[in-house]
Design a protein around this ligand. Structure first.
Ligand SMILES: NC(=O)c1ccc[n+]([C@@H]2O[C@H](COP(=O)([O-])OP(=O)(O)OC[C@H]3O[C@@H](n4cnc5c(N)ncnc54)[C@H](OP(=O)(O)O)[C@@H]3O)[C@@H](O)[C@H]2O)c1
Length: 314
């Protein structure tokens, strides 16, 4: 058996790699020999995290990229930077996500939890898809949550204008992660690019700290000792990004590095197709409705379309 670390020669992008589960994922993949790009909102924080990851992994090939992924302009700029910087992309880990107790609106006029937790992954994945296909076999790993099982996609109030509750918005966004992955896997059939989705466990990170729910402010100090450390929370992401055991495996949900059934709603393929189409409209990616496979994207600038006016929430 070869002693070469598994990911030597591979390039990985981990969104939200400056802290928590994403940073631990980046350390794990860098230890396996990958070149790892991490993203965060602030370049100084991302550079500091990249330095930590280099030191912890003994791998100098760690790059810091900055983008506020709640903004579609920033997602597009990040995609440009990734395409310029990396001639190949073997793994995309869509890890960014969070919880906000109060409704916020992004620069694009969209509800923030849905925009960051779901639409950012949707848009970034689509913009990087040609590069992933050209690098096949390649993998797209999306970090969802067990909270998706309580989620429901309300197509009549996708921007939560009528009703917002932090947990409800979070659950729906995490269900969207699972449905996106299943639909993506269907569209990528035969391309050599796989799509999997996971629950990392309950992990001791800064999750939710920017706008904490009142009950969690009280509960969290009591719960923290029982939560997984980020290193353990990253284990399933690292497994799906690197293990030969899951080579070629696609369209599945994992927890504790094992395949698991996701919620009943997540397997509704008509709803997943509808979510895909609505998401494409919200990010300004137009797909012919009857096209079974994704439209090929050869010119990223051709996709630089703004969300339709009617799709704006404010
Ligand atoms: N922790 C848990 O128990 C748990 C459980 C289930 C699922 N998850 C999922 O795991 C993933 C990671 O969560 P975590 O607990 O590691 O969270 P975390 O510690 O809060 O880290 C979040 C990461 O996302 C980045 N980020 C936040 N807002 C951003 C934005 N607008 N644009 C770009 N980057 C942004 C942060 O970077 P900067 O602050 O540097 O910008 C940071 O790197 C999420 O998808 C979450 O839903 C977590």
């Amino acid at each position: 058996m070869s002693n070469t670390p598994l990911m030597v020669g591979k390039t990985v992008l981990v969104t939200g790699g400056t802290a928590g589960i994403g940073k631990a994922t980046a350390i794990g993949l860098a230890r396996l020999g990958a070149r790892v790009g991490i993203t965060g909102r602030d370049i100084a924080r991302a550079e500091a995290a990249a330095a930590d990851i280099r030191a912890a992994s003994n791998n100098a090939a760690v790059d810091a990229l900055a983008a506020d992924l709640s903004s579609q302009t920033e997602v597009r700029r990040l995609a440009h930077e990734v395409l310029d910087r990396y001639p190949r992309l073997d793994v995309l880990v869509n890890n960014v996500g969070g919880f906000w107790a109060h409704r916020r609106v992004t620069a694009d006029g969209l509800e923030h939890t849905f925009a960051l937790n779901h639409l950012a992954a949707f848009l970034l994945t689509n913009l990087l898809l040609d590069r992933l296909k050209a690098s096949a076999p390649a993998r797209i790993v999306t970090v969802s949550s067990g909270a998706h099982t309580a989620g429901h996609i309300d197509f009549d109030d996708l921007q939560a204008e009528q009703k917002y509750a932090g947990q409800r918005a979070y659950n729906a966004s995490k269900l969207a992660n699972v449905m996106f992955t299943y639909e993506l896997a269907r569209r990528l059939e035969g391309s050599g690019v796989t799509a999997t989705v996971l629950h990392p466990g309950v992990v001791n990170t800064a999750f939710g700290a920017e706008d904490q729910a009142a009950f969690f402010t009280i509960l969290s100090p009591l719960l923290r000792p029982f939560m997984k450390a980020p290193t353990r929370g990253a284990a399933t992401s690292i497994y799906l990004a690197s293990s030969p055991q899951v080579e070629g495996l696609t369209g599945q949900y994992f927890a504790s590095s094992k395949p698991k059934k996701s919620s009943k709603l997540s397997y509704d393929s008509a709803a997943a197709r509808r979510l895909w189409q609505v998401s494409a409209e919200l990010v300004g990616l137009a797909y012919p409705p009857e096209t079974p496979h994704m439209m090929e994207v050869h010119d990223i600038d051709a996709l630089n379309v703004q969300p339709r006016a009617g799709a704006r929430a404010v």
